[in-house]
Design a protein around this ligand. Structure first.
Ligand code: THU
Length: 160
């Protein structure tokens, strides 16, 4: 038997420590909670995806009475980016969560499906996508989506 320990890296920032570029996407993700459709969970999630050409694609979670038919904020943004600008790498993605009348103190943690989609986005364009998770107390920054998902499954794995 062998045991492995998988390591990953993330950084914690305060708002005034972020760069202008980072603040831009975080601010848009925060704005976007207004467009969350969440009559079932009342948990608003906003997302913003910055493309290499400078365009920012906005996302927000969209729920459904048939629960699994809904979609997380990150995926609405990343899929919209792929559908509208298929040739533009996504360089930065931010999300912010809001419930009970305030943004969450702790940064929101993307679900497994969103992490997988982030990974595919990064892999598709062959560069790193920075991920920022907003919380009132701190903002987590991942240099690469791969840092959110060790033991990734990407196209190469399909070849066996
Ligand atoms: N949600 C997101 O939009 N992103 C995440 O990373 C986690 C969860 C949404 C899905 C659902 O609409 C609500 O939050 C509660 O799970």
């Amino acid at each position: 038997m062998k045991e492995y320990q998988l390591k990953t890296k993330m950084k914690s920032y305060q708002w005034d420590e972020l760069s202008e570029e980072q603040r831009e996407v975080v601010a848009i993700a925060k704005e976007q909670i207004r467009h969350s459709y969440c009559p079932y969970s009342h948990f608003h999630v906003g997302a913003a995806a910055k493309l290499a050409n400078g365009v920012v694609i906005r996302g927000a979670n969209q729920e459904n009475a048939a629960y699994p038919s809904g979609l997380c904020a990150e995926r609405t943004a990343l899929f919209a980016a792929g559908a509208q600008y298929p040739d533009q790498p996504v360089v930065r993605l931010a999300i912010a969560c809001y419930t009970d009348g305030h943004f969450t103190k702790e940064p929101g943690s993307p679900c497994g499906a969103c992490r997988q989609v982030m990974l595919e986005t990064e892999h598709r364009y062959g560069g790193k996508m920075e991920v920022l998770l907003y919380g009132e107390d701190e903002i987590f920054v991942f240099d690469s989506a791969a840092d959110l998902l060790p033991l990734i499954f990407v196209s190469e794995n399909l070849k066996g």
